[in-house]
Design a protein around this ligand. Structure first.
Ligand SMILES: NC(=O)C1=CN([C@@H]2O[C@H](COP(=O)(O)OP(=O)(O)OC[C@H]3O[C@@H](n4cnc5c(N)ncnc54)[C@H](O)[C@@H]3O)[C@@H](O)[C@H]2O)C=CC1
Ligand SMILES: C[N+](C)(C)CC(=O)CC(=O)[O-]
Length: 496
């Protein structure tokens, strides 16, 4: 699968900042150009929310975070990038000018995507020297969570470009959907505009207020749309007779006076005041960043629920998440140099994210287990028990864990973990893991764990194969020479 090596983001507002977060959390360095004096702060805040969301979204090992560099010009930002994402304000002349500058400054092989919500790619690529590598990659807010990018080519875009873009989006957890023809506002914003226009009429005509309108969506079809969209939902609504029956029954309603879709409401001062006041009453008690965090938590919950859909295969956006996680597991947290076996193995470096902190203001207990489990997974990958191995039907299962909490970790604390193999045979693997404060090297928690090698299809323990045991052997032999860590074999309880 071809992947993005280095990205450039031109424009770092709501969408450009979130694209940057999507890239850096997938381990890709980003060079950013945005003349806004506070661009660095704004992008930093978006990235903070994105990191918080990812800490809730997945337990798969994220690669080391990419680096964001703020540049002084478009030329400087795009140098060496193989994916450039333009996200400047929605004005044709401005975008065309920026895209032409990007085109002139980059390698002709680099892909150039525009975040435009509705401008035609043919209009945007008009002045480019290499228009064949330009396309619309229309994302949805927040880009770091919602997987879709509508990929739309203009008259001069090559079909290979769209295919390459689709392929490069997959490893960063996105789903590139290629539209057959260009059209203003593409597919998503055509639908959203229709709903929005209708919504504005309902407020204008005092049928409901903004909160009631939002309730109607979120308590009903909004939930359906998140998992089945429109046509699959309506197929079910046709009952056993299916889509043909649905069309026969509800098709005629389309010509009844059910909608005002062709009329555009006049957004005069009175209507603007009314909507703004209703929206303030509905949501004004919370700031934008707080609303973003609530939205992100809810989206994560929906995506995780969908990941369990279709009998555990994953459904809709949950299937994309499952595929992204599989990719992360295969990558194993990024390339690491071969560890030194003559000491406990340093296998994981991480940081306490906001979603890890509990009501006591420190890292909550189950997150320690997560770090221990992630560390154990690193050991397993080191001995060849990787994703392909597990898919082929064998694995190690944890059968016993004893955790000791020795210190506290607060929000943002950098951590690392080390693992010492205590004993092993052809089925058993016993090891001791310590989580450290990365600044002071203070031990914060330890775990002694026992794993069994299993045939996961048969559901029973079996001897590990020769090649796994051969990889484990030098680690186990080297660790047998180390002192037994303090705490090994301790039981839970008070002295009597
Ligand atoms: N906000 C949304 O929900 C979505 C927006 N989009 C599209 O993304 C694009 C950007 O929209 P937003 O991020 O919402 O706007 P925004 O106003 O939040 O951000 C635009 C950024 O571009 C910067 N900028 C202005 N001129 C520039 C230049 N010459 N070079 C580099 N940066 C420049 C501004 O300083 C600003 O930070 C638009 O095309 C929009 O249609 C796409 C999907 C959703
Ligand atoms: C409002 N908008 C047209 C900029 C919205 C989009 O383009 C997509 C989205 O995130 O809803």
């Amino acid at each position: 699968m071809s992947s993005i090596q280095k990205a450039a983001c031109i424009g770092g507002g709501v969408i450009g900042g979130a694209w940057a977060a999507r890239f850096v959390l997938a381990g890709i360095d980003v060079d950013m150009y945005d003349p806004h004096p506070e661009a660095e702060r704004i992008v930093g805040e978006v990235l903070g929310n994105a990191e918080r969301a990812y800490a809730m979204l997945t337990m798969a090992p994220l690669p080391p975070r990419g680096k964001i560099t703020f540049c002084k010009s478009i030329k400087e930002a795009v140098e060496g990038a193989d994916w450039i994402q333009e996200s400047v304000p929605e004005r044709l002349e401005l975008k065309r000018n920026v895209i032409t500058q990007i085109d002139a400054a980059t390698d002709p092989q680099a892909l150039i995507g525009s975040s435009t919500s509705g401008l035609m790619p043919t209009d945007l690529q008009r002045d480019m020297k290499h228009p064949e590598r330009f396309f619309v990659a229309h994302p949805y807010n927040p880009v770091y969570l919602l997987p879709l990018a509508e990929l739309v080519g203009g008259q001069k875009t090559s079909p290979e470009t769209l295919k390459a873009a689709q392929e490069k989006l997959a490893p960063i957890g996105m789903k590139g959907v290629i539209l057959k023809k260009e059209i203003e506002a593409f597919v998503g914003d055509r639908l959203l505009e229709a709903v929005w226009r209708e919504g504005l009429w309902l407020i204008h005509d005092d049928i409901c207020d903004t909160e009631t309108l939002d309730d109607v969506i979120r308590y009903s079809f909004g939930m359906r749309w998140a998992q089945m969209g429109l046509f699959e939902t309506y197929r079910i609504a046709g009952g056993e007779a299916g889509m043909r029956h649905f069309l026969a029954q509800f098709g005629p309603c389309l010509s009844w006076p059910w909608t005002k879709l062709t009329d555009v409401v006049d957004l005069d001062d009175a209507l603007i005041d009314k909507i703004a006041a209703q929206s303030d009453a509905q949501s004004g008690a919370r700031g934008i960043r707080e609303l973003e965090r609530i939205r992100d938590e809810n989206l994560v919950g929906i995506m995780q629920a969908l990941k369990a859909g279709d009998g555990g295969q994953g459904w809709g956006a949950g299937k994309i998440l499952a595929e992204f996680e599989k990719h992360l597991w295969v990558q194993g947290g990024g390339a690491k140099k071969e560890p030194d076996f003559s000491a406990p193995l340093r296998l994981l470096d991480t940081k306490v994210g906001a979603a890890w902190v509990d009501y006591n203001g420190h890292m909550t207990e189950y997150r320690y287990l997560q770090v221990f489990a992630d560390t154990a997974d690193m050991l397993l990958r080191l001995i060849g028990v990787d994703f392909a191995y597990v898919e082929a039907g064998h694995s190690y299962y944890t059968v016993e864990t004893h955790i000791r909490h020795l210190g506290e970790a607060k929000l943002g604390q950098k951590l690392y973990s080390t693992l010492q193999v205590l004993s092993s045979d052809d089925k058993r693997l016993r090891f001791f893991t310590t989580i450290y404060n990365a600044e002071t090297n203070e031990a914060l928690a330890t775990a002694e764990q026992l794993m069994l090698h299993v045939d996961s299809k048969a559901g029973k323990s079996v001897a590990a194969p020769f090649d796994v045991l051969a990889k484990l052997k030098p680690i186990a032999e080297a660790h047998a020479k180390l002192p037994i860590p303090e705490g090994v074999g301790r039981s839970v309880g008070q002295k009597r």
